[in-house]
Write a protein that binds this ligand. Structure first.
Ligand code: KIV
Ligand code: NA
Length: 270
């Protein structure tokens, strides 16, 4: 297999093949996910909850993200993995200035990331452009943005009203114009996510709790293996249940996404 690259992802999109993404936080799980055929591995700041036992992603630092990104990158290197490695810019490491965002992004790239993910819309567009112009691939993240959970009033569906949907759509277009090559849409109505997906040409949408109309799907690894210390989100399917192994569960996820069987419409009440 050849390494997954931006041109390869664009090819998949053009061919109508769904892009699969899963989180991983350590070398071994990253290597297993890679072998199971996911194209993209996300070192998500969800590691705050999954690995560190934090109440939200707000407490995750850049040093912690670097540590886990290095671990994942080493795991992939060890098995000659081909996955596209995305790492989250954590809370408080990009909002101060474009320069701060660049410094933080460089730390993640030097830890082995191929792309950085950044939450938010509107105000963040010039920052995204600044990074992209400097050769750093950027993934946006709209809808439910967990780093702003306290401002949002909880982990709830976003973009439900006409006004909220219009703003979200506009932010998505602005991110594409700024050069974002990927965009996570989290907990937004399926129809809105599908509409944005069709409208964006060069920016591939990756949905989580956003219906099946996106260019790709992402889940938190531990969630889809049936392990969650809190409340399991409604949009998650336990792929471990019918699989004999972690590798088997991830393969089942990849196949289900590719064949359009996940997410199921019944998983979405919004
Ligand atoms: O941190 C994370 O795991 C994420 C995904 C859920 C998109 O941002
Ligand atoms: Na995240």
């Amino acid at each position: 297999r050849r390494p997954v690259s931006l041109p390869r992802l664009a090819q998949m999109r053009a061919a109508g093949e769904k892009i699969t993404m899963l989180t991983a936080y350590d070398a071994t799980f990253a290597a297993v996910a890679d072998a199971a055929g996911v194209e993209c591995i996300l070192v998500g700041d969800s590691l705050g909850m999954v690995c560190q036992g934090l109440p939200s992603t707000v407490g995750v630092t850049l040093a912690t993200m670097v540590y886990h990104t290095e671990s994942v990158a080493r795991g992939l290197h060890r098995v000659q993995g081909t996955s596209w490695l995305v790492a989250d810019l954590p809370y408080g490491t990009y909002a101060e200035s474009r320069e701060q965002a660049l410094r933080s992004a460089c730390a993640l790239m030097q830890a082995g990331a191929h792309m950085v993910k950044i939450e938010g819309g509107g105000w963040i567009t010039p920052t995204v452009e600044f990074l992209v112009q400097r050769g750093i691939p950027v993934c946006g993240h709209l809808g439910l943005t967990p780093q702003t959970v306290h401002a949002l009033g909880g982990y709830r569906v976003q973009g439900k009203s006409d006004t909220a949907a219009r703003t979200l759509r506009q932010h998505a277009h602005e991110l594409e114009q700024a050069g974002a090559a990927m965009l996570v849409l989290e907990m937004v109505p399926a129809a809105l996510a599908a509409e944005i997906t069709t409208e964006l040409q060069h920016c591939h949408t990756i949905g989580i709790g956003a219906g099946k109309g996106t260019a790709g799907q992402v889940l938190v690894l531990h969630d889809m293996l049936g392990m969650n210390l809190g409340k399991m989100p409604k949009f998650v399917h336990n792929f471990m249940q019918d699989a004999g192994s972690v590798r088997g569960a991830i393969e089942a996820y990849v196949h289900a996404v590719k064949e359009g069987r996940f997410p199921d419409d019944a998983l979405h009440a919004w």
